[in-house]
Design a binder for this molecule. Structure first.
Ligand code: FMN
Length: 233
């Protein structure tokens, strides 16, 4: 089992990134994280979380609900899966693994993930802004996020891009087509409604579950079509 890369950029949907990190770490994965300055602005605006990109740790990105502002939608996510251990909605059996997060500044081209020699099981950009999408589609490695994505494409490793925009311009559609042709998975942050979501947590988990499926990370976050009930641990 190799490390994973999660890049967070300045599209709406910061809550998806928090939940994704929480689940991957609860599932025992080592996750390399990098964050654009625009993403930090969105974290502040959407989640009420102030990020100092020079100093990020797990507790900053996956805060305990009681430490975030009362108005933050993070308060409405179901409890931290690792914290509720055996009752977690993430696990389908009693095995509990705890992974870790390794943070890299978006300008640090010395980070391992900037090189193809650093082996990973894949990279997710969640959420992915139109700007980052364009930079990757045109091969502009202007920051560590673009560079790591380029590395995943050139090494023919899994790259999952989670755009959040509507409607889509022809330019964005063209950039998605370019990346898809290069082997990337375009996984828009578009929650379905067939799993009968009850709250924001269900909507967020729908998207995070699809990302985990693409990464091959085992989970029971949502009801699967063709199964009678949501399976919880
Ligand atoms: C609150 C907020 C929400 C935004 N939402 C989106 C969005 O959903 N999609 C998008 O492509 N850009 C969005 N933007 C604009 C991007 O943040 C901007 O284009 C930025 O340059 C992207 O930089 P990055 O790709 O390096 O993160 C948003 C900006 C702010 C402040």
């Amino acid at each position: 089992m190799r490390d994973l890369v999660v890049a967070i950029t300045g599209a709406s949907g910061a809550i998806y990134a928090v939940r994704l990190l929480e689940v991957l770490i609860a599932c025992g994965r080592t996750v390399h994280v990098t964050i654009s300055p625009a993403a930090a602005e969105v974290f502040q605006h959407e989640l009420g979380l102030q990020l100092d990109l020079n100093k990020i740790d797990e507790a900053t990105l996956i805060p305990k609900p009681e430490t975030v502002p009362e108005t933050s939608p993070l308060r409405r996510l179901r409890p931290h899966p690792a914290a509720v251990s055996h009752n977690s909605s993430v696990f389908s059996d009693s095995e509990i693994y705890v992974g870790k997060m390794i943070y890299h500044h978006y300008r640090d081209f010395h980070a391992g993930i900037a090189s193809g020699s650093f082996l990973t099981d894949g990279m997710v950009i969640c959420p992915c802004s139109g700007g980052t999408l364009a930079c990757i589609a045109t091969g502009q490695s202007q920051n560590l996020i673009h560079r790591a994505a380029d590395v995943h494409l050139k090494e023919r490793r899994k790259l999952i891009v989670v755009p959040r925009e509507t409607p889509l311009s022809g330019i964005a559609l063209g950039n998605m087509k370019t990346l898809s042709d290069q082997g990337a998975v375009i996984l828009p942050a578009m929650p379905g409604f067939y799993h009968e979501p009850q709250d924001i947590s269900d909507l967020v988990d729908f998207v995070v579950a699809r990302i985990c499926d693409q990464l091959g990370v085992r989970h029971d976050l949502t009801k699967r079509w063709g199964t009678p009930t949501v399976q919880r641990g």
